[in-house]
Design a protein around this ligand. Structure first.
Ligand code: FES
Length: 79
């Protein structure tokens, strides 16, 4: 009998907002749908006012998903 293939590892659900049980996946879905500020993400996720601890994490996710800035200086230096 051949050995069993390893079970796929479950990725733990990462909560961004514990007050409203909003996960990172849900936040990313709304960012992909066009929410581009913490206020817009919070509104899209249906988050009501809460402790506000999630705002920094939402901002970090927005920053991670932002396109890389054009390195104008590097382009000019290479020319
Ligand atoms: S963690 Fe989001 S409002 Fe408290």
């Amino acid at each position: 009998m051949p050995p069993r293939p390893p079970r796929p590892r479950k990725v733990p659900r990462m909560y961004v907002c514990v007050c409203h049980a909003v996960t990172e996946d849900v936040v990313r879905e709304h960012m992909e749908a066009g929410a581009c500020s913490a206020k817009e993400v919070r509104a899209a996720c249906g988050m009501r006012p809460g402790c506000g601890s999630c705002v920094n994490r939402i901002c970090a996710l927005l920053k991670e998903s932002a396109p890389e800035p054009v390195l104008q200086g590097a382009v000019e230096a290479a020319a």
